[in-house]
Design a protein around this ligand. Structure first.
Ligand SMILES: *Cc1c(COP(=O)(O)O)cnc(C)c1O
Length: 396
């Protein structure tokens, strides 16, 4: 059998390559940071990590992880409900609830799992999920795993959402699901209007704060801070893999009974290993750092503003953003790859995004700002974009 299948795979891979869509992984040989070294020795400034607050190589987090590994061991060798729950896990769940102003929290190995295991235990074929068209793949998969009736509304389009909510009155319970920040453009969901509609049409709201927690809102408490809606949303999901330290781990936080039922029924929680104590301890330290003062959040916001202002002035076409994501539009897949390669020659590490990660004809370079970027690194990044942009005829 395999010979035949192999030929099929080789052909598929060749088609991906011919279309200029083949993804190569570049290898980093230093810790994740705003300045990194790649295999071959080149030093580059990193503009494509989810390391929004620069915590991926933070000394206090590393120390907290080391200390907890010494005191609580390496791994749990168990799922949570058998023998995989230590005090550290409970402390982290409490800290996440306090951070978001929610009633309770459940940890997962990743936010992909949190979203994948969210809907199926809560809703049946009698219920409805109304989902933003640009939601993250993990929400889409989570919705697919659930028997609820699916409705989709155009990205951030409250008029369309209202139409879908009207249609969804046919079902018993309704939940609107949205990303907080949409990761390809950097736009924030209109949570205030979504909430209003939810009230009017008797629905609940789920927000994925993966790209917004630590980033959006003056103190980085996410879209619920931005819209002054702390404690009002029924379900929030998020990750420890982005602003919150950049390692692994996900969570769902919200109403007590929802979390309780997820602990009983959510499959990625019941059938997948507990996160290691060191990861939970570093997560705790992250939340302590973020609430101790506002230094990191202020620096991230200032860096983002600085970069956006100068890139727009240089003539680049940038998608409207309210986060630390800056989508530099190039539209053509091949151009986005060549542009990224030329930037790497200049010592700037970015990635071209193209179909299927973004729609056909919407290729771009996604720049992600970090609190760790120095003014000098930002200036070098902007200068390189301008140089390559002129060379390739993207700007004048
Ligand atoms: C990154 C991301 C995830 C996945 O998070 P992991 O913890 O890496 O699995 C889920 N949802 C959104 C919106 C994301 O951006």
């Amino acid at each position: 059998m395999y010979q035949e299948f192999q030929k099929h795979l080789q052909q598929t891979l060749q088609e991906i390559k011919d279309a200029g869509l083949y993804k190569n992984e570049r290898v980093i040989v230093t810790p994740q940071s705003s300045g990194i070294k790649v295999e071959g020795g080149q030093e580059v400034i990193n503009f494509c990590a989810n390391n929004y607050l620069g915590l991926a190589d933070n000394k206090e987090l590393i120390q907290a992880a080391k200390d907890r590994m010494d005191s609580r061991g390496y791994g749990m060798a168990s799922v949570r409900f058998i023998c995989g729950t230590q005090d550290t896990h409970k402390q982290l769940e409490k800290a996440i609830s306090d951070f978001f102003g929610t009633e309770d929290t459940i940890l997962y190995a990743a936010c992909f799992d949190a979203n994948g295991g969210l809907f199926e235990p809560l809703l049946t074929e009698q219920d409805a999920i109304i989902s933003d068209a640009l939601n993250h793949a993990s929400i889409i998969d989570g919705v697919r795993l659930c028997k609820a009736v699916r409705y989709r509304y155009k990205n951030g389009d409250v008029a369309d959402l209202e139409e879908q909510l009207k249609a969804a009155q046919a079902q018993r319970f309704r939940i609107i699901a949205t990303d907080g920040v949409f990761s390809m453009d950097g736009n924030v969901c209109p949570l205030d209007k979504i909430y209003e509609l939810a009230q009017r049409y008797n629905a609940m709201v789920m927000v994925d704060e993966s790209h917004s927690a630590g980033v959006v809102g003056k103190t980085g408490h996410g879209v619920t801070e931005l819209y002054n809606m702390r404690g009002k949303i029924e379900i929030i999901t998020g990750t420890l893999g982005k602003a919150f330290g950049g390692s692994v781990g996900g969570f769902t936080t919200g109403k007590k009974e929802i979390i309780d039922l997820l602990r009983q029924r959510s499959r990625p929680y019941l059938f997948s290993n507990s996160i290691p104590p060191m990861i939970a301890a570093a997560g705790l330290k992250t939340l302590e750092l973020l609430t101790r003062d506002n230094t990191l959040q202020d620096r991230l916001h200032a860096n983002t503003e600085y970069f956006l202002t100068r890139m727009k002035a240089a003539g680049f076409d940038i998608k409207p953003t309210q986060s630390a994501i800056c989508a530099v539009m190039l539209y053509d897949a091949r151009l986005s790859q060549e542009f990224a390669a030329a930037l790497q020659e200049e010592g700037i590490y970015v990635t071209g995004f193209y179909y299927p990660v973004v729609p056909q004809g919407q290729a771009r370079i996604r720049v992600q700002l970090s609190a760790a970027h120095t003014p000098e690194q930002l200036d070098k990044g902007i200068a390189a974009f301008v140089k390559v942009g002129k060379q390739m005829g993207v700007i004048k």
